[in-house]
Design a protein around this ligand. Sequence first.
Ligand code: AMP
Ligand code: ZN
Length: 487
Amino acid sequence: MKIQLYNSLSRKIEQFIPLNENLVKIYSCGPTVYNHAHIGNMRAFLFADLLQRVMRTVGNYQVQWVMNITDIDDKTIRDSRIGSDAWLPEMGTQTKNPIDNLKKFTHFFTKMFFEDINSLGIDTNHFYSNPRATEFIPQMQDLITRIYKNGFAYINDGSVYFNVSKWSMADKYGKLKNIDWDNFKSGSRIDHDNYEREDASDFVLWKAQKEGEPYWEFILDGQSLPGRPGWHLECSTMEYEILGLPFDIHTGGVDLQFPHHEDEIAQSKAGYGIEPNPFWCHNEFLEVEGKKMSKSLGNFYTLRELISAGLDPLDIRLSMLSAHYRTKFNFSFEGTNAVRKARTKVQDYIYELQEKTENPTINSILIEDSLLDNVFGELANDLHTPKALARLFEFLNKYPADKLSEELKQQIFADLMKINEIFNVWKFEPRSQETIEIPDEIKDLAEKRFQAKKEKNFRLADELRNRITILGYSIIDKKDGYEIIPN
Ligand code: AMP
Ligand code: ZN
C-alpha cells in the first residue's frame, strides 16, 4: 500500500516514495542519556517506532532505522562529575578520568533506556544502528573541517561556530521554521545546545574544553582546539556516516525543528554539500494539564514511576497510539485506565477466536468491511492510528467472535496478528498459557529483591521490583519466598 505522510518541510501531506527502490532509511533523534527518559520523550520514540512499523508492514518496504544516543552534552558531563548526586553505585566507581566517568554514567542510562523502550513495545530488534556520539569524534571533526574550509565556520576563543549570516546568503536558513530575522544579530554566538527562535545566532560546532570536563584533541587550520562537539553536529555526522546522504526520513519532536533540525540541514549542506533528507516528520507534545511534559517544568513522569503507580506499559503504549501523532496528547491516569478496557476487549476477542463456536451464524464478511484493508488504509493515511483503532472496533462489534465460522475465525485471527505488528499490545497464545522459562537475569533480580526486603532495604526492593516489571515479569510474594510470573 502507498503511504501518505505529512512533511514538515513542505507543510503538506505528500505521497511517500523511497529514494532507493524498496528501502526506507529513517534517522530518529534519540535520547540524551543523563537520566531516565520521561514519557513525553517516549512519545517521540514511540512515534518513530510506529513510522518504521507502518513502512515495513503496510508499505511492505525494507527499513534501515537509526536512533542515536547522545552520550555527551552539558547535562551528561554535569551529572557524571566527581561529587555529583546523580552518580549511583550501580554505575561503578568514579575515576580521575572524566571520559571514563562519562562512559560509565551514560552506559548505565543507555541500558535503562533500552529496558524502558522494550517494555513499551518498541521494536528494538529492528534498529539498524544505535550510534553513540562519542564513537564518532574524528568523523565530527572531519565535518567541522569541511564546513570551515567551505567558509561557513570560524574559530573564536578555542571554539568553532557556524556562521549563520554567511550561510543564509548561500542557502535558505529557516526552512522548517521561519526565522525571526529582525532579532537576528550577525556574529552573536550561542554556546548551549538549545535556544529559542528569537535568539537565532551563530551556533557552536565545537566547544572549547573547560577545566575538568572530557575533551578530545582537534587541530583546525593549524590551531590546537581541545574540546568536544556541539549537539547539532553529532546528528549530522552520524546520519552521513551510517545511512549516507540523502536518506529518506528524519524524525523527532516538534521542539527539535528549531534549532536542532534547522542546524542539521545547514551543517550537512555547508559541509557535505548535500541536503540530508527530503522528508521531515515531527510528533506533537505529550502534555500534562495543558503543559508540555518536560524535565525543566518538573511536571514529568518516568515510565518506571507510572509502573510503580500500577499502570501497564502496554496500556500506556496504546493510549499514546489512540491519539494522532500530530495532535497534542494529554496524559492522565484515567485516560490510560480507559484504554486498558479497550485493549482487554480486543484481547478477549482474540482468545475467543481460538475457542470452538457451537452455532456459527456468520459465514462471510462484506467487502467494504475488510478488516485489514480498512485498518491499514487508515494507517497509510499519515499514520492515523485513532481512525485505524475506530475501524478495528467497528469490525469487532459487527462481527462477534462467537458467531463466526471456523474459516472466518482463522482469517480474522491472521488479520489481527498482522495489525498487531503495528500496535504490538496483544497476545496470540490461547487463554491458558504454557509455562514459560524465566530468564536468569530475572531470577537474579528477584533474588536480590528478596534479600533487600529481608534486610529491610525497601527502597532497593521497590526499585528492583520496578526493574522486573519493566522487563516483563511480576513478583508475587509468598509466605516464605516469592513466585515470578510473566506479565
Ligand atoms: P531529548 O532527550 O530531550 O533530546 O528528547 C528526546 C525526544 O523527545 C526529542 O525528539 C524531543 O523532541 C522529544 N520530546 C521531549 N519532550 C516531549 C514531550 N513532552 N512530548 C513529546 N515529545 C517530546
Ligand atoms: Zn538529533
